[in-house]
Design a protein around this ligand. Structure first.
Ligand code: GLC
Length: 532
């Protein structure tokens, strides 16, 4: 049986930046409801909404102060129920971000935990006495500033651990009450009809029980991400990360047809272990396309390595970008962004698309006085800030791009090309990236070979990446030109007669001459193998 999340396309919404309907310059749940028609037209199958829970917003919602409610800035619990119902009416599934690793330091659990050494929640977070010299218990770092991951609490006269900001204390999942309470949070949402979760930094929740020091990173140099000064040996991907995965999976399996997507930024050999024996994370998020040099040979090697490593029964997934990574169009350029979209939507595995990437939205340079992201604030000037990829969705050519009212200042600046690149205009243009993406999604939906078929690489000259997707008698070939020169793909003899399907760029003037397909610079083509 094929599950919806194997065939489907997941669309990530950063709720602050999608659509504002209450005029505060910040997106909200009603905004998402209002734009479901667009998402339905685009053809995606599920939305994953980044955190919309009550939060002091030290890390823009990844610091949660109540797991079972909605921040008033985004709406109410009733709005979330309405969103789930409205999305389901359009056959769109809804996933929320589940953040198990840390709460806000304003969460009532933490306030209680820090109140004394013997309160009922004293062990809900990771508290330790100082090292003999009075300093932090070990050398672990906070991810956002590369300083100690331990903060001293005057009241308890102890340190607490925070893998990210001091405002994000790490929960102690070795405490059975924490475990039970957090698993019940999942049930709370699944009972409301939620279709699953994207689980935040799922591989960082369990830590070495002995809290051993991390070794230094010999490759680290001044000017690099300060959070990488040490090799994170003991504070992430520890052996019991898999047991943790199984706890979450068991809860998910209490319900039908739900899915777990896990944020696991690891190289492929370690990543694929998080499928377990099909009893861990359904889709350990594969961010490696983002981390691999954009060259045909390197990407092909990556795909082949992933295909070879995937355990029996495990389903692949692919990601080009998210709210933590620079926009794909900025990284590889607008023309290659289309090639990347064709790759994302035609590889074997669930594609996860970041809002706006279907338009080719690019990073926006943020003036110093508008910087929001703590990562930029605490590690300035290193290119680590995430505001550039979180700017408002570009809906139309009115001031503020239709994201918020024209007289309201959006929480982050709108890209200055919004008048030329926005949904309204792009939908009307046959040659826009949006039109191309929507057509490709349509083709993918209609062709089982493209959404559940087998994958096989085909030989291709340097700079081209070609592969076959096959399901029964249905076969498609994808040829991608990663270079800015014209190229010729010699069609292998084993492939039958090819019919041109879709190209990344118009005009679609391809002709197949003999056994050769010529490609324009930066062009990708999907071809159908004529059935005998
Ligand atoms: C994840 C989120 C990121 C957040 C961090 C801490 O990596 O994707 O946005 O800052 O967790 O919660």
């Amino acid at each position: 049986m094929t599950h919806w999340w194997q065939k489907g396309i997941v669309y990530q919404i950063y709720p602050r930046s999608f659509q504002d309907t209450n005029g505060d310059g910040i997106g909200d749940l009603h905004g998402i409801i209002q734009r479901l028609g667009y998402l339905h037209w685009l053809g995606i199958d599920a939305i994953w909404i980044s955190p919309m829970y009550p939060s002091p917003m030290a890390d823009f919602g990844y610091d949660i102060s109540d797991y079972t409610d909605v921040h008033p800035m985004f709406g109410t619990l009733a709005d979330m129920d309405e969103l789930i119902t409205a999305a389901h009416q359009r056959n769109i599934k809804v996933l929320l971000d589940f953040v198990p690793g840390h709460t806000s330091n304003q969460h009532p659990w933490f306030l209680e935990s820090r109140s004394s050494r013997d309160n009922p929640k004293h062990d809900w977070y990771i508290w330790r006495d100082p090292a003999p010299d009075g300093g932090p218990p070990n050398n672990w770092l906070s991810r956002f500033d590369g300083k100690s991951g331990w903060t001293w609490d005057k009241n308890r006269e102890q340190y607490y651990l925070h893998s990210f900001l001091a405002e994000q204390p790490d929960l102690n999942w070795r405490n059975p009450q924490v475990r039970e309470t957090m698993l019940n949070v999942m049930r709370f949402w699944l009972d409301r009809g939620l279709d699953g979760f994207r689980v935040d930094v799922v591989y960082r929740v369990m830590k070495d029980p002995q809290l051993r020091d991390n070794p230094p990173n010999p490759d680290w140099r001044e000017g690099m991400d300060p959070g990488h000064r040490l090799i994170e040996k003991y504070n992430k991907n520890t052996p019991d990360a898999h047991e943790f995965n199984r706890w979450l999976r068991a809860v998910t399996d209490e319900y039908d047809g739900r899915v777990l997507i896990g944020e696991i930024n690891l190289p492929l050999p370690a990543l694929v272990k998080h499928h377990g024996q099909n009893d861990e994370i359904h889709l350990p998020q594969n961010i490696n396309l983002h981390d691999t040099t954009w060259e045909a040979e390197k990407i092909r090697a990556l795909v082949e390595q992933y295909e070879a490593l995937l355990p029996e029964g495990a389903w692949p997934n692919w990601v080009l970008g998210n709210h933590d990574q620079h926009r794909v169009a900025t990284r590889i350029g607008q023309d290659q962004a289309r090639v990347a979209m064709m790759l994302l939507l035609t590889l074997r595995g669930t594609p996860i698309n970041y809002y706006g990437d279907e338009l080719g939205m690019h990073d926006v340079a943020i003036p110093p006085e508008k910087i929001q992201d703590p990562w930029e604030i605490y590690s300035p000037g290193l290119g680590l800030g995430r505001d550039p990829e979180r700017t408002p969705m570009q809906w139309d050519d009115t001031p503020n791009a239709g994201f918020c009212p024209p007289d309201v200042e959006p929480w982050l600046p709108v890209a200055d090309d919004y008048a030329q690149n926005n949904v309204a205009l792009a939908r009307s243009r046959p040659d826009s990236m949006l039109t191309f993406t929507q057509k490709l999604i349509g083709l993918r939906r209609a062709a089982p070979a493209l959404h559940i078929g087998e994958y096989r690489s085909l030989s291709a000259p340097l700079g081209l990446f070609a592969y076959l997707r096959a399901y029964g008698a249905e076969r498609y070939v994808v040829v991608l030109n990663f270079t800015n020169r014209e190229q010729v793909w010699p069609i292998p003899d084993e492939i039958g007669r090819l019919e041109i399907g879709l190209t990344t760029h118009l005009p679609n003037d391809k002709e197949i001459e003999g056994q050769q397909l010529s490609l324009h610079q930066n062009e990708g083509v999907v071809l159908k193998v004529a059935e005998a």
